[in-house]
Design a protein around this ligand. Structure first.
Ligand SMILES: CC(C)(COP(=O)(O)OP(=O)(O)OC[C@H]1O[C@@H](n2cnc3c(N)ncnc32)[C@H](O)[C@@H]1OP(=O)(O)O)[C@@H](O)C(=O)NCCC(=O)NCCS
Length: 149
């Protein structure tokens, strides 16, 4: 694994970011990057979108929503993630989640949450491996899972 780093989305890299794609069988499990970035634009004080680079290669996209006052507790510190198909299984997803968790701790969050759709190609094993635990709740059919910080 080339040492990964996070970078902000800029005029220079936004087009490449929107071209990031997961494998075809994974596409039902995560929103396209351009949709996530559009949503981020509507909540600039909440959304924390970042690109994952390995050296000069753009390998993924991660976004947190830091919204400590949200009435739905599992949206107070949420995570979205996509690692490009050709760069998966190299540790970049784990790096990205851990980087978000570090930022969440820095902001004083007590926990972070993810939502995943169940199914054959679900990211569930990945998140369980990182220590997220299902809360027993479902949000629009998706499993809500939390990790204490
Ligand atoms: C889920 C996803 C982000 C994982 O990213 P990744 O870079 O391949 O994961 P990593 O290489 O960092 O894996 C970290 C650990 O999880 C394990 N893991 C990753 N994907 C796994 C899977 N599908 N099944 C079982 N274990 C998995 C790895 O083996 C590794 O284990 P280790 O610590 O023992 O070595 C990536 O597959 C992806 O982008 N999927 C499509 C989009 C998606 O589902 N996003 C999440 C939406 S909520």
């Amino acid at each position: 694994m080339t040492a990964p780093r996070l970078a902000e989305v800029t005029r220079d890299n936004v087009s490449a970011a929107c071209d990031l794609s997961v494998a075809p069988h994974q596409q039902g499990y995560v929103a396209p990057v351009d949709r996530s970035l559009a949503e981020a634009c509507t909540q600039p004080d909440v959304a924390w979108p970042r690109l994952v680079y390995a050296g000069d290669n753009l390998v993924g996209f991660v976004m947190a929503a830091f919204d400590p006052g949200c009435p739905i507790d599992y949206f107070r510190c949420g995570i979205w993630l996509a690692i490009a198909a050709e760069h998966q299984k190299k540790g970049y997803g784990k790096f990205a989640v851990e980087a978000v968790l570090a930022e969440a701790r820095r902001r004083g969050a007590e926990s972070a949450t993810v939502l995943w759709a169940p199914g054959e190609h679900s990211p569930e094993p990945f998140y369980l491996r990182l220590g997220f635990q299902p809360t027993g709740q479902l949000h629009e059919g998706e499993v809500v899972a939390r990790i204490r910080l």
